[in-house]
Design a protein around this ligand. Sequence first.
Ligand code: CA
Ligand code: CA
Length: 371
Amino acid sequence: MKNNLLTLGAGLSAFALVFVATKWWNAPPTGTAVRDSTANQPTGEPPVVTVPGMIWIASGEFTMGTDSELGWPDEKPAHRVRVDGFWIDETEVTNAQFRAFIEATSYVTTAERVPTVAEILAQSPPGTPAPPKEKLVAGSLVFTMTDGPVDLKDFSQWWSWTPGANWKHPDGPESNLDGRELHPAVHVSWDDAVAFAKWAGKRLPTEAEWEFAARGGWIDKPYVWGDEAPSDLRVFANIWQGKFPHSNTKADGFERTAPVRSFKPNGFGLFDMAGNVWEWCGDAYDHDAYARRVGSVVIANPFVERSADPRNPRTTSRTQRGGSFLCNDQYCSRYRPSARHGLSPDTGMSHIGFRCAKPVRGSHTRQSVGQ
Ligand SMILES: [Ca+2]
Ligand SMILES: [Ca+2]
């Protein structure tokens, strides 16, 4: 059901968060750059057409995940993967692009729909009392900076269930998209992203495609731009500088989302593969997916169909990549290309967006709204 929460590392049913926030339920929280010689080398027939707004990523092999101490357990172990060639959007999907989809289809996003009691209880811990009907309103989780330092385990300090918040009103019902046409669309659920992709004749990238594309042809680099850790003095992407969640120096120029293309692209010409907004992938989220691949030499086009998410055991979690404007090294540093995160497919938040991919022919993944 909508709005399972995730934020920088913590995960909990969204309604659990709402309950916590409203105090009527307390849920237990559950160096020298080296090119990869095998990456992005054309094999077989190269594309004979161009796709506006997309970059062709030729098939190749790469090392997926990391064994670095920077990596979280779900990023390990590193292993070899091969992906077929594919197109991928140069940028995150913008508000202007998302508006065109809505106007053409009259699609109603998850955050604009009133949840049902059944939907809430299906994803709540056993024994959770049914919420009163007056609490069943359409909305989304909006980030608000705190007044001072807070317990970083208590995400309800900076996430607020906000009735009326959705892609058209990203900061709440009084906000709008004026001047944000080229910002990434946010409060977009996985279901919404899949619906957009189908309308556009595309699909979401697989995790393997996304990471292969994010690495831009480089190997053994912790960041999409190379080796150097970001700082107030060295800005590479729209992330969080300062002390999260109460002090943002905005050294990169942006407190919240930035227009796409505001920072240098990676080695493949892709923008914001680190930071700005999290990006949905097609795969289900399996925390132990890489551990299950030990023993394989090279895995071709991996795609996770069954989720195994300790934080969201009652739903098919879907994977997000790239981190957001809320990430910093003090908390999660999930703007690294190997970083992964799982969330319920009906969750949209202030820092969640997406981009699309497109295979040359057909699709080797299955993506259906409601999975
Ligand atoms: Ca920023
Ligand atoms: Ca991004």
